[in-house]
Design a protein around this ligand. Structure first.
Ligand code: 3H9
Length: 700
């Protein structure tokens, strides 16, 4: 039987090797194997012990797939107690990413050597957890309280060099880590180095106000989240209690986090993000096309951001604009964005210049003749898009992938404007495209498998999170948003104010309230779209009258300094505007609506349940592959709080029967047109099944 942990003696050094792909997570088998090995090492002739890993990384943490299952002995804390108690010096040899329980294993060892390309971190907070195997007690002892708080609260890994500066790593080496670790072990043996236990180190005295300062800062920065506050409690315990008591506090807090719905939601997101990049009916070994150069049509905000995303990942990009003036404008926005990245310390001057140097411009489509992937990013005019694709069909080489960044248009129709619809796909980026991580990959009827596989892989290369969507109006994200915005506007005219609607959603956890989002996006966009439609296709008039009235007096949103709010021209700070309240009241009166305040929980339920209901239709139609994909879209593209797990996870957490009952209540109160329960919701709630159960059945 293959065991993930082996033990051997090399000269007088005991070597424990963990080999458990893909990331050497601390599964039950790994913990068991390590325990047996450390016990063997206590009894043999070895004089020191090395813990090292095979494969791409040192231990990347506890095995997240085991969370929520019954605990199996030995627990990680028990194992680490035995490692630390070893009479012989234990040396952890780190490469890759030593994360979470992996770094905690290293900290419970007596000495740490790391490869210079490595990184260490405690990312538990990103899973709604805290380091639960001594991390909150040992890091303060080795690196100090503030460094501990920063490392554990950010969850972001630091380089091996930085870890050495902080005292978390003793030695950083290059070359062959196995050899270096053995040499280090011999050096320690030669020096008769003791088994140096970090639990026995003193903790510095805490500066006055340190912990409360972090707490109040987190109340804003990590609004609504429990794990960060609990982390501060644990580090405070490290400063004030003996090690054993601090560990007890850490355990208690870890268990509280583990059972917290916030952590369940974040763990769901961890796996949903990874699963989303897999296309169900596409074998993992589907051939891919080679992408070396990229063309972008349109140098506006979207085109520029997309160009930057590719250049940042090392792809040469040719950006096409209609004339020199437009091209100049587009390139200068890119220039400004890079300058901003340098100013904010996100890129070095050199790196920014290198990326910028990869973007060139042209006004002739002939410049795209050699491009492997061309992305059209012009404004939403279906005729224009079809013209562009017909021209691309003429100039692009055989096998080039032709993509549209449309947010709404029918990708099948766009594909039909070419003689090669199999090469056409939708790549829907989110603004600002060089920052937002979501990429909806729209698979049209005739999109070839290798085109889809290539785009999923390229998305990862440019550090996006890809989610596959079928073709429908607005794809996954924007289609769902319609009901969400409709309800926001209805709550407004029925009795709310921009501030009360935004506050309800912001307090619930959304990154931004829907009224502020509308101002940011520009009220003229929806207005123009509605004007193009006959009256009977514009939707519920109560849901756009106020917005239309604002557009008609030139209040288009942030860009004109006024929309639902007024904006300070210098700072863009928003403020309420009595004139808007008057317009809301006037329009309500014209529509015969008697305004009454709408409670915050009703606002939240109406907006979120509208999202959920449409999400269920999208699943039923097969537009999204699985509920988790929709969650990824909403968390990465629409500011949905990750700690609520996305709209579909949230629906399961509330209970589909309760969601259905509330939607039926809304149907009774507000009518059939906006509140017909999705058929899938009726079916699942009727059978007492959850979306998670349904998704598992779909996969089998
Ligand atoms: C913890 O340690 C708690 C302790 O403090 C206390 C305990 C008492 N477990 O991301 P990738 C899988 S909490 C199980 O695509 P990359 C992943 O699902 C843990 N599985 O690769 C994927 O599977 P698949 C703290 C894991 O190279 C495959 O590995 N640690 C785990 O882009 C490849 O992953 C963390 O939070 C795991 N811990 O990135 C670290 N990790 O191929 C979480 C990964 O079937 N992990 N998998 O889809 C990461 O951040 C990244 O995976 C890592 C590699 C940077 C390691």
């Amino acid at each position: 039987m293959n065991t993930p942990v082996s033990y051997e003696i090399v000269d007088d050094v005991g070597v424990i090797t963990i080999d458990s792909p893909p990331v050497n997570a601390l599964s039950h088998a790994v913990r068991q194997g390590m325990l047996e090995a450390i016990r063997l090492a206590q009894k043999d002739a070895s004089k020191a012990v090395i813990i090292r890993c095979r494969g791409r990384t040192f231990i990347a943490g506890a095995d997240i797939t085991e969370f929520g299952k019954p605990p199996a002995e030995p627990s990680l804390p028990d194992l680490l107690d035995e490692i630390e108690a070893s009479e012989k010096p234990v040396i952890a040899a780190l490469h890759g990413t030593a994360l979470g329980g992996g770094l905690e294993t290293a900290l419970a060892s007596h000495y740490r050597i790391a490869l210079d390309s490595g990184a260490v971190g405690l990312p538990e907070v990103k899973l709604g957890l805290l380091p639960g195997a001594g991390g909150t007690q040992r890091v303060p002892r080795l690196a100090g309280l503030q460094a501990a708080l920063d490392l554990i609260l950010s969850g972001t890994p630091i380089s091996a060099q930085r870890a050495a500066e902080l005292g978390l790593v003793d030695k950083v080496v290059s070359g062959n880590l196995d050899d270096e670790a053995l040499a280090y072990a011999r050096e320690l043996i030669g020096n008769r180095a003791p088994a140096r236990r970090s639990s026995e180190f003193d903790v510095e005295a805490a500066p006055a106000g340190l912990f409360d300062g972090y707490r109040s800062n987190l109340a804003k920065r990590a609004r609504g989240q429990h794990a960060p506050q609990r982390i501060v409690d644990c580090v405070e315990a490290a400063a004030s209690l003996p090690f054993a008591e601090g560990i007890r506090k850490e355990r208690e807090m870890f268990v509280a986090c583990m059972q917290d719905p916030q952590s369940i939601a974040l763990r769901h997101m961890f796996f949903a993000e990874r699963e989303a990049s897999k296309v169900r009916d596409l074998p993992g070994d589907t051939a891919q096309r080679e992408i070396r150069t990229v063309g972008i049509i349109g140098g506006g905000t979207m085109g520029g951001g997309i160009a930057m995303s590719f250049a940042n990942a090392g792809f040469p990009v040719t950006m096409i604009e209609i004339d020199d003036e437009a091209l100049e404008r587009g390139l200068s926005i890119i220039e400004k964005n890079y300058a901003g990245s340098v100013k904010h310390g996100k890129l070095s001057e050199d790196a920014a210049a290198q990326c910028r140097g990869l973007i060139s411009g042209a006004t002739d489509y002939a410049a795209l003749a050699d491009a492997d992937l061309v992305i059209e990013a012009v404004f939403e005019d279906p005729r224009l898009k079809k013209d562009i694709f017909a021209r691309l069909d003429d100039v692009c080489k055989d096998g080039a992938i032709l993509a549209t960044n449309t947010s709404y248009q029918d990708v099948n129709e766009i594909a039909a404007a070419t003689t090669r619809p199999e090469d056409v796909i939708g790549l829907h980026f989110f603004s600002p495209a060089h920052i937002m991580k979501l990429l909806e990959v729209v698979r049209a009827e005739k999109t070839a498998d290798d085109v889809l596989a290539t785009c999923m892989a390229v998305a990862k290369q440019i550090r996006k999170v890809p989610v596959v969507s079928g073709v429908c109006y607005g794809f996954i994200g924007n289609r769902m948003l319609q009901g969400y915005f409709r309800e926001a506007q209805l709550c407004l005219i029925e009795g709310g104010l921009p501030e009360s609607i935004d506050a309800a959603m912001f307090d619930w956890g959304m990154a931004m309230g829907p009224i502020s989002v509308a101002d940011l996006a520009g009220l003229d966009v929806g207005y123009k779209a509605r004007q193009a439609l006959p009256d009977d296709q514009r939707g519920d008039p109560r849901s756009y009258r106020v917005a239309d009235a604002l557009v008609e007096i030139g209040r288009l949103g942030q860009k004109t300094g006024a929309g639902f709010y007024s904006y300070d021209p210098a700072t863009r700070k928003k403020s309420s505007d009595a004139a808007v309240q008057e317009i809301i009241e006037r329009e309500a009166k014209n529509l015969g609506i008697e305004r009454n305040p709408v409670a915050a929980d009703e606002i939240v339920d109406r907006l979120i349940y509208a999202l959920i209901n449409e999400g269920l239709r999208i699943l039923d139609e097969g537009i999204a592959q699985r509920p988790g994909d929709i969650d990824v879209v909403y968390v990465y593209g629409y500011g949905f709080p990750a700690w609520r797990g996305g709209p579909m996870h949230y629906a399961d957490a509330v209970g589909l029967d309760r969601v259905l009952a509330r939607i039926k209540e809304f149907r009774r109160r507000y009518g059939e047109a906006n509140w017909t329960p999705a058929a899938l919701l009726e079916r699942l709630a009727g059978d007492g099944r959850s979306l998670t159960e349904w998704a598992a059945e779909q996969n089998t």
